[in-house]
Design a protein around this ligand. Structure first.
Ligand code: ATR
Length: 278
């Protein structure tokens, strides 16, 4: 009898349109890894039982997507998380070692690698982050690690931006709260980490800010309404988060399989923007 393939999945709700199965199938093919990757829908309030059953059945690892990243952090337990996941209190990748489960957050690495692909220089740059929720907290440590000149955080609820500044501010990189609608500051890079595209409403950010910056939307597809606006305003270009999705997946794949896939072919196949050589 042939041995079942190592099984992985993306867990969240919804997951029916997730690109992750396609991305990991392409990685597996390119690297010659024998594995299977499926979707694991998590009914509301059923994270522990759903994920427990997946691993009980022999599952080897999971990607975690919205709205389950905090559940995954709790499930793995903070002591079994890497530094990025612990700081963000959010896990997007679970790696199984026998009966031991480790939690990682590869979103920050994914964002930084995509920006590098796009030719965006982070070191010494002035960054404006829109949003202060889980998505922004997940990528802040990796952005700080690239030693930008400053990071300003603008959020609809200013108190949450202030909380981020307090939590992540002891890093040597100046962090501050900003009002994106009225600011007169200039930024090199504006990153949308809000879920405004999901709720269908626009973001309160001045056109002048977007005009003078490279703009990046952590969303992709129809939800990426910020990038549509930024493309018509920015003098330096605007990009959606498809490349980030691919790069965070590549890092998860490396953690599971010990081999880092070449992302270029997948980027081309899925239509992610290629290097611009700024
Ligand atoms: P996620 O894990 O996706 O970051 P979250 O933690 O609920 O989800 O955070 C959502 C972020 O998008 C928050 O920064 C939220 O602003 P508030 O803190 O004021 O709620 C922001 N957001 C969502 N819809 C928005 C909108 N229509 N305009 C501006 N900001 C919005």
């Amino acid at each position: 009898m042939s041995k079942a393939l190592d099984l992985y999945a993306v867990a969240g709700n919804p997951v029916d349109h997730s690109l992750s199965p396609r991305i990991h199938a392409l990685f597996a093919e390119a690297t010659g890894q024998a594995m299977e990757y499926t979707r694991l829908p998590v009914p509301h309030g059923q994270f522990d039982v759903t994920v427990g059953a997946f691993f009980e059945a022999g599952g080897c690892g999971l990607n975690i997507t919205l709205p389950c990243k905090q559940d995954a952090y709790r499930w793995v337990t903070p002591a079994r998380c890497d530094a990025a996941a612990a700081r963000a209190q959010a896990v997007n990748t679970i790696v199984r070692h026998g009966d031991d489960y480790l939690g990682y957050n590869t979103d920050g690495v994914g964002l930084v690698r995509d920006l590098e692909h796009l030719g965006v220089t982070l070191s010494g740059s002035r960054i404006l982050l829109l949003g202060a929720g889980g998505a922004v907290q997940g990528v802040l440590p990796a952005l700080i690690g690239k030693t930008p000149a400053s990071i300003a955080i603008a959020n609809r609820t200013a108190a949450k931006a202030a909380d981020c500044v307090r939590r992540f501010g002891q890093s040597g990189v100046p962090l501050r709260v900003e009002d994106a609608a009225t600011t007169t500051a200039t930024f090199d890079l504006v990153i949308n980490g809000t879920s405004a595209g999901l709720t269908g409403s626009g973001l309160d950010v001045a056109d002048g800010v977007l005009r003078e910056a490279v703009c990046y939307d952590m969303m992709y597809g129809p939800k990426a309404v910020f990038v549509t606006r930024a493309r018509s305003v920015s003098r330096y270009g605007a990009f959606d988060g498809l490349g980030m999705l691919i790069e965070q997946a590549a890092e998860a794949f490396r953690l599971w399989r010990g081999v880092h896939p070449d992302t270029r072919q997948v980027r081309t196949l899925l239509g992610a923007q290629v290097e611009r050589g700024r």
